[in-house]
Design a protein around this ligand. Structure first.
Ligand code: 17E
Ligand code: FE2
Length: 403
């Protein structure tokens, strides 16, 4: 296959890309088509590596009709509404909703997804998604996080389910320290999660400080553990919205620890701007971590959609450019360069967070032929026009085409 005239990652000049056996084998200008070679006309459009969604809950997505609404809009009501629904989860029903969600992602050029799966009550959803992960592997690479929504130290059952899910094949161990009973329980939960991840050689991704409480400071505890154990970039902190409310002096100290540790930060702008600020009158805080400053300090920041049509968030269609755009607005990252370069947050930074091997991701000779082609010639144009993708290619196969 030969892709003609694409601008690879905002390049000024157009290039052609040749694919053989699912791998990018040549990149250059004016490549001549071989006898019988399939040709895709890029028409000067942007080519990017696939989008990466680092944080979604596939077990809750598209459940809103059945769960009923979250009327206060707080995270805590969301958790309450979900906990009622999950008492009677059905494996097929979970799989069906998750598959529909993954189809939305595929439409939008997302090929890598990390999903949290609540294991607090039972392993129904986890089993459903473990099966689905295999079924969809040709089109979407799925990482599963064993996620103890209720907190690990609230009951023996949660701890047992957490370890069982990890032993069954969870890629990542999750947690929620700001929801544990006390600060001390939160710290212990992090210790327990890190030990579990080390025992099974897994990654860690914690729902961390997802609250408008400037005293919620589990991120420093997690980063210190990542540093001391050497787990480093295998550890991620999701949400970290309390950072919005920290004072600047503390943030300055915190950023040093973050940098030393190598932890990844995953922001979820769509969902957190909905869930946070709900206890404020005016002025109302924005539910977002300090993306701009984190990036300026060399810390890896990626993003997640977090939810779609469920008790935590009523909208969403799998479009990572929408997630990104919300984050860019909230964090005042609206300069031309910031907008144009921001594709990295939902591509390379996401791949780093997922700990994908560098040779498996990105547009270069020898790498798998996984990419999207857009109408606009730059990412700025893609964000401005929101025209979406024209073609998605995975392992050299067109899996989605708008023409
Ligand atoms: N659970 C949680 O603790 N936080 C979230 N943002 C979601 C589920 C979606
Ligand atoms: Fe989440």
């Amino acid at each position: 296959m030969l892709i003609k005239n694409v601008k690879i990652e905002n390049a000024d000049r157009e290039a052609d890309v040749r694919i053989k056996n699912g791998t990018i084998c040549e990149i250059g200008e004016n490549l001549k088509a071989l006898e019988g070679e399939e040709i895709i006309e890029g028409q000067g459009g942007l080519m990017l590596p696939p989008f990466v969604d680092c944080h979604i809950h596939l077990d809750t997505c598209l459940s809103l009709d059945a769960t009923g609404a979250n009327t206060s809009g707080t995270l805590f009501e969301g958790i309450r509404v979900w906990s009622e629904y999950r008492k009677n989860l059905d494996k097929d029903e979970v799989q069906e909703r998750a598959l529909r969600t993954l189809h939305l992602y595929q439409e939008k050029g997302v090929q890598y997804v990390r999903s949290h799966v609540d294991i607090s009550n039972d392993l129904t959803a986890f089993e459903a998604l473990l099966e689905l992960k295999e079924k969809v592997a040709d089109e979407i690479e799925l990482q599963l996080v064993a996620f103890p929504q209720d907190g690990v130290l609230t009951s023996e059952k949660v701890q047992k389910n957490l370890e069982t899910a990890v032993s069954m094949g969870a890629d990542v161990v999750g947690g929620i320290p700001h929801f544990e009973l006390t600060r001390e329980h939160g710290e212990r939960s992090i210790q327990l999660i890190i030990e579990l991840a080390q025992k099974y050689d897994r990654l860690v991704d914690i729902h961390c400080d997802e609250i408008d409480d400037d005293y919620s400071r589990f991120l420093e505890v997690l980063a210190a553990k990542a540093y001391e154990t050497g787990m480093g970039k295998k550890v991620s902190a999701s949400h970290t919205t309390a950072m919005h409310s920290y004072n600047n002096a503390y943030c300055s100290k915190l950023f040093r620890v973050l940098k030393m540790s190598g932890v990844n930060i995953i922001a979820n702008p769509l969902v957190n701007v909905n869930l946070q600020g709900r206890f404020d009158t005016y002025p109302k805080r924005r539910g977002i971590t300090r993306i701009k400053e984190l990036l300026e300090n060399g810390i890896n920041v990626s993003m997640g959609h977090d939810d779609m049509y469920d008790p935590f968030y009523p909208l969403g269609n799998g479009d990572m450019t929408e997630v990104l755009a919300m984050g860019l607005h909230l964090c005042h990252m609206m300069g031309y360069r910031e907008l144009n370069d921001s594709y990295r947050i939902i591509t390379y930074n996401g791949a780093n967070t997922l700990n994908l091997e560098p040779e498996r991701y990105g547009i270069a000779v020898g790498r798998p032929a996984n990419f999207n082609i857009f109408k606009g010639g730059s990412f700025f144009e893609v964000l401005r026009s929101r025209q979406g993708i024209r073609h998605s290619v995975r392992n050299g196969r067109v899996i989605n085409s708008k023409e």
